[in-house]
Write a protein that binds this ligand. Structure first.
Ligand code: UD1
Length: 422
């Protein structure tokens, strides 16, 4: 199993290019299933979740050509309408094939994701939404089996008004994709407003879909007969951007992100300023300068545009070495404090009560061997390693490789002492 060995105490300086967003690329790859014509994508990040999604789509019969960040999908001959357990269990986002398959082929078999490191994460809202659109759903042998009954003509979903009890990002994306090929109008209420939902909508609109309101909590989709080929560039990754900025705010230094978008990370940038960082935005670059020990900052996660749960762990690492104490409240996932135990091994002072962690900043963490438990927790541990005294070894970094493109190369280029140990 691969590990990262990090020598702490080095400031970060220089420029880093931000990759395409994982959470936009995954649904957009699935959008390729909605048309028999090719979908050409640019700025697709090179990471394991993207590779897993491509493997899954290929298994279904989708032809995929990858050339650096350019990916062309052709779903002219899809012959297996199934996402097997071994893929869904490693990558929950595989559930995103459910809506497109049901919409275009009238049938899908997708494994139930089951539990994961950050909680039970059910998919009931995806299922209820498809049922409201006329799909018959049976759960058999751990699989969701969706079937669209044949009406007078082809098997087609029908438009519906769907209210989400909880804001769900992939739930919104799955049903938005399904609705593009349904008969009639679908209205998604209490929809997720995440920028990745908007990026997917832009791609679908380029394919001929009729979508209004993406980015607001009400999305209206008027189904069309079929979608056509298109090209689309994946948006920049706001979580990767935030991770590098927090790393530099914790370790100190002066870094510039290029190909980034500040307009979709206002909350995170404000928190960094509160911690004492000086931030300058110019076009698609974000510069952060940090010349002091950070001040502790309270964060409370909630759906966009509030503070993202995917940045919670990184800010926890920052707070560990900050001046003062801070409260970190996690309202999205029930078990997303797995990194706390590992941070404590480095000497961090954190108390957890329910969904609230109280972090008392200490002057110095001490390097140790620690274990990554999920994707963003891994990023948090890397940040902790960058500021800890001596060597920190982060074990089980396959989590990190799922969702960060070349993270250790990018950090090394900024002056971090980090190497992969096989
Ligand atoms: C997406 C992101 C993930 C991010 C999360 C929250 C992708 C590929 N992943 O995950 O990085 O952390 O949004 O911003 O985009 N829920 C239900 N029933 C459902 C669906 C969700 O109860 O059918 C609950 C979940 O358990 C969770 C909350 O709703 O408590 C939000 O989850 P959701 O937005 O669906 O997360 P994902 O889309 O899986």
């Amino acid at each position: 199993m691969q590990k990262l060995a990090i020598q702490g105490g080095f400031r970060l300086n220089g420029e880093v290019r931000i990759s395409g967003a994982k959470n936009a690329a995954l649904p957009i790859l699935c959008a390729g299933l909605l048309s028999s014509e090719p979908l050409q994508l640019g700025n697709v990040p090179d990471m394991n979740d993207v590779a897993t999604m491509c493997r899954l789509l290929r298994q279904m019969g989708v032809a995929i050509e990858v050339n650096g960040g350019q990916v062309t999908l052709s779903a002219a001959q899809v012959d297996k309408l199934e996402a097997p357990y071994d893929m869904v269990k490693t990558m929950r986002a595989a559930i995103l094939v459910l809506g497109p398959l049901a919409a275009r082929f009238g049938e899908a078999r997708v494994s139930l994701p089951g539990g994961c490191a950050i909680g039970s994460r059910p998919v009931d809202l995806h299922i209820k939404g498809l049922q409201a659109m006329g799909a018959e759903i049976h759960i058999e042998h751990g699989y969701i089996h969706a079937q669209v009954p044949r009406g007078t003509g082809a098997k087609r979903l029908r438009g519906a008004r769907i209210f989400f009890d909880l804001v769900s990002v992939t739930g919104t994306e799955n049903l938005m994709m399904a609705a593009t090929l349904a008969d009639g109008v679908t209205v998604l209420e209490n929809a997720a407003r995440e920028p990745e939902v908007v990026d997917l909508a832009h791609c679908l609109i380029a394919m001929g879909a009729r979508i209004e309101g993406a980015g607001s909590d009400t999305i209206t989709i008027t189904g069309v007969e079929k979608l056509h080929g298109a090209s689309h560039n994946v948006m920049p990754d706001r979580i990767e951007s935030g991770t590098f900025l927090v790393a530099a705010a914790a370790a100190g230094g002066n870094i510039t992100l290029t190909d980034a978008r500040a307009d979709i990370m206002e909350n995170v940038l404000e928190k960094l300023q509160e911690a004492g960082a000086i931030i300058k935005v110019s076009g698609s670059t974000i510069n952060l300068h940090m010349n002091r020990r950070p001040k502790a900052v309270n964060v409370r996660t909630a759906p966009y545009p509030a503070f993202p749960t995917d940045m919670q762990a990184q800010f926890m690492a920052l707070n560990c070495i900050a001046e003062g104490s801070a409260m970190v409240v996690e309202t999205i996932f029930e078990n997303r404090f797995m990194h706390v135990q590992e941070l404590r091994r480095l000497g961090a002072q954190i108390d957890v009560e329910g969904n609230t962690a109280v972090v008392k900043g200490c002057a110095q963490l001490e390097g140790a061997t620690i274990m990554a438990t999920d994707l963003r927790a891994s990023a948090c541990l890397v940040i902790a390693g960058l500021v800890a005294q001596g060597e920190t070894v982060v074990d089980r970094i396959y989590h990190l490789d799922r969702g960060y493109e070349h993270i250790e190369a990018k950090l090394s280029a900024l002056g971090a002492q980090i190497r992969r140990v096989k």
